[in-house]
Design a protein around this ligand. Structure first.
Ligand SMILES: C[S@@+](CC[C@H](N)C(=O)[O-])C[C@H]1O[C@@H](n2cnc3c(N)ncnc32)[C@H](O)[C@@H]1O
Length: 215
């Protein structure tokens, strides 16, 4: 893990607001579940992408991870699929209900991202991932953090991995090796790790990043 580069980029962005970017530390004001290492990891992966990168995020909630990805990009587009209604698989429903707050979630998402540099286009798609299969163009980075059930996470991998470009990145949040019942753990260990098109690249706490390679 290139920890030195990550730390350097973190401090650089904290103290020098380059290219009109807000301080990276602003991500902490957005409610969500990323640890600081995961937040930096997402930013780092995005910073490895080329100009005019395209990103798809499945599961955006209030935009914390979206902000981190946007901060790493120099320019490009992030498409974000989420029902923005605090819905999710049964294990997460009560957590989402407790954390959603009074204001409409899509409005909170948009408000949290107003500070993002205008070179980054953020396109929210209100709905479930199954409504967008075949509708999203090829991406340089696919981040899966939506339905955390085994069925839901498998569905997202099976139906969206084909849009990841060769050399692009695929990441999952919530990898817990001791919890085999968690969707991302299952998909990472039983499906992606056995797929020769993907090579394990980084782990940042529970964020696991693969790179798509020629098999
Ligand atoms: C853990 S939260 C995402 C957190 C966000 N990535 C962050 O780090 O700030 C999971 C989100 O996925 C959404 N979700 C659940 N099932 C989904 C599905 N089938 N398609 C898209 N989003 C889904 C939930 O509504 C919730 O907003």
């Amino acid at each position: 893990m290139p920890i030195i580069e990550i730390i350097q980029s973190h401090f650089a962005s904290y103290f020098a607001s380059k290219s009109g970017k807000p301080p990276f530390g602003s991500y902490k004001k957005i409610q969500g579940w990323l640890t600081p290492v995961e937040a930096l990891g997402l930013r780092y992966v995005a910073s490895q992408l080329t100009e005019n990168a395209r990103v798809l995020e499945i599961g955006s909630w209030k935009g914390k991870s979206t902000f981190c990805i946007a901060h790493g990009l120099s320019n490009g587009t992030i498409e974000c699929i989420d029902p923005f209604n605090a819905d999710g698989e049964s294990q997460s429903k009560s957590v989402y209900d407790n954390e959603k707050g009074e204001e409409d979630l899509l409005m909170q998402f948009k408000n949290n991202l107003t500070i993002v540099n205008d070179k980054i286009q953020i396109i929210p798609h209100k709905g479930y991932s199954n409504e967008f299969v075949g509708k999203i163009p090829a991406v340089d980075f696919l981040f899966i953090d939506g339905d955390h059930s085994i069925e839901g996470c498998t569905f997202d991998f099976d139906n969206f991995e084909n849009i990841v470009k060769q050399g692009g990145y695929l990441a999952f949040h919530d990898y817990h090796p001791k919890r085999k019942e968690v969707g991302p753990t299952h998909v990472i260990e039983q499906i992606v790790s056995k797929n020769r098109n993907y090579t394990w690249k980084y782990r940042f706490d529970s964020l696991v990043v693969f790179k798509k390679v020629n098999s």
